[in-house]
Design a protein around this ligand. Structure first.
Ligand SMILES: *Cc1c(COP(=O)(O)O)cnc(C)c1O
Length: 405
């Protein structure tokens, strides 16, 4: 079976993890701090805080901004459940927005959903393709839109408008006009989960790119505390003489990254541009070349004059098929020993959101994209022969199903 996206673990990663294990310090410590600095240097963001997951990072930042009961946060109907769940955990309401043909949140649709309760917009870079941030950033700065914003906390008053918090779980290393994700919106949260391009097994990073008036260093210090129970000292600082005594400033969360995770991430980051992105792009190119001629194929956009993708998910669409036919195609591909996937089932199709009254009919383009989408295997060690097997399986399965229509 050709798997969908196994992690790229080799001796270099095993050695780096072993070194941390042997060092005697395995939780948050010097390796995590180094990884944060390297991540900041890579993207050019103001600063980076590593966390235990993208989910934890997004919730932490919503809480930092004071989002809660009575507030609304706009996010795409087409995303992984984490984006909506963190909003619900704060007590706020996720307001779902339809998407465009590139799978990303539609800025024109966002404008219609803004109310005086809207505190934040959470665009998601689906598949690694950055959203239209020029439009989204301009929207939140429009005088009519700013006038609707009701600031209720110091952070909200300081920003003076809706926060743009991007769920950049897929898009580490993607660019827009030469600038990397992490610097395209106020806050970006990356995921280093096992299936993502850069992995620490579980983990994530928050990057700041806030306007003047916010002090990134001060914010970093505050968030380190907030991500560790509100403690004035972290575990490493407590090991020093006199370090036993600490204070708790606020009832914080537990979302810190360990040095074991950071050690994996540092190795991945070192080869990210030279190996990971190069190999992933080569696989995307190979797939697109193979399918472009097929009358039934809609190949994904992963490059343009202004944007480059991080090549996270290769999202093929089959023209003119319904959901059942797409499922049949996937079944036939599976029978040829190729693991494929769907990214994503729009949230209104899932019980938790259906039960809260979200209806699929309200997001017609999200459904339309989902119904004909198949994600293909992309991973570092996918060999040219395996790529060929994937392509042949997809073509044979699709043509079989289309022929039976
Ligand atoms: C993977 C993913 C997340 C969650 O990342 P974790 O690090 O597992 O919390 C959030 N949003 C999207 C779009 C994802 O694909």
């Amino acid at each position: 079976m050709i798997p969908f996206s196994p992690p790229h673990i080799d001796q270099a990663i095993i050695d780096a993890v072993s070194e941390v294990l042997a060092s005697g310090w395995i939780s948050t410590g010097p390796v995590t701090k180094k990884f944060e600095k390297e991540l900041t240097a890579y993207t050019g963001a103001q600063t980076t805080l590593c966390v235990s997951s993208a989910t934890a990072g997004m919730e932490l930042m919503l809480r930092w901004f004071g989002v809660g009961e009575g507030d609304e946060v706009i996010l795409p109907a087409y995303t992984y459940c984490a984006t909506a769940n963190v909003v619900m955990h704060t007590g706020a309401k996720p307001v779902l927005c339809d998407v465009g043909d590139d799978f990303n949140i539609d800025p024109k649709a966002i404008a219609r959903l803004i109310t005086p309760r809207t505190k934040a917009i959470m665009p998601v870079d689906i598949g690694g393709w950055p959203c239209d941030y020029d439009a989204i950033n301009a929207l939140v700065r429009q005088p009519e839109v700013m006038a609707k914003f009701k600031a209720a906390t110091d952070e909200q008053r300081q920003l003076g408008r809706m926060l743009v918090l991007s769920d950049a779980a897929h898009s580490f290393g993607a660019t827009c006009k030469g600038r990397k994700t992490g610097t395209l919106t106020d806050l970006s949260v990356f995921s280093f989960h096992a299936v993502k391009n850069l992995t620490t097994a579980e983990g994530g990073a928050i990057m700041f790119h806030l306007p003047e008036g916010f002090d990134p260093e001060e914010l970093y210090t505050r968030l380190c505390t907030l991500a560790l129970h509100g403690q004035s000292k972290d575990a490493l600082a407590k090991t020093r003489s006199g370090g036993w005594q600490y204070d708790v400033y606020e009832p914080g969360y537990k979302a810190n990254m360990t040095d074991i995770q950071a050690a994996m991430g540092r190795v991945g980051l070192l080869r990210y541009n030279t190996e990971t992105l190069v190999q992933r792009k080569a696989i995307f190119d190979r797939y697109s070349q193979a399918f472009e001629a097929a009358p039934w194929a809609i190949t994904p956009v992963y490059g343009s004059k202004s944007k480059t993708s991080s090549y996270h998910v290769y999202m093929l669409r089959i023209k003119g098929v319904n959901e059942d036919e797409r499922n049949e195609i996937m079944h036939e591909i599976y029978q040829k020993q190729v693991a494929v996937n769907v990214h994503f089932q729009p949230l209104p199709l899932l019980t938790a959101y259906k039960n809260r009254g979200y209806r699929m009919e309200d997001y017609p383009n999200a459904y339309k994209q989902y119904a004909c989408e198949i994600s293909l295997p992309v991973f570092y060690n996918l060999t040219p022969e395996q790529q060929c097997t994937v392509i042949e399986a997809v073509i044979a399965a699709t043509e079989n199903v289309l022929a039976r229509k």
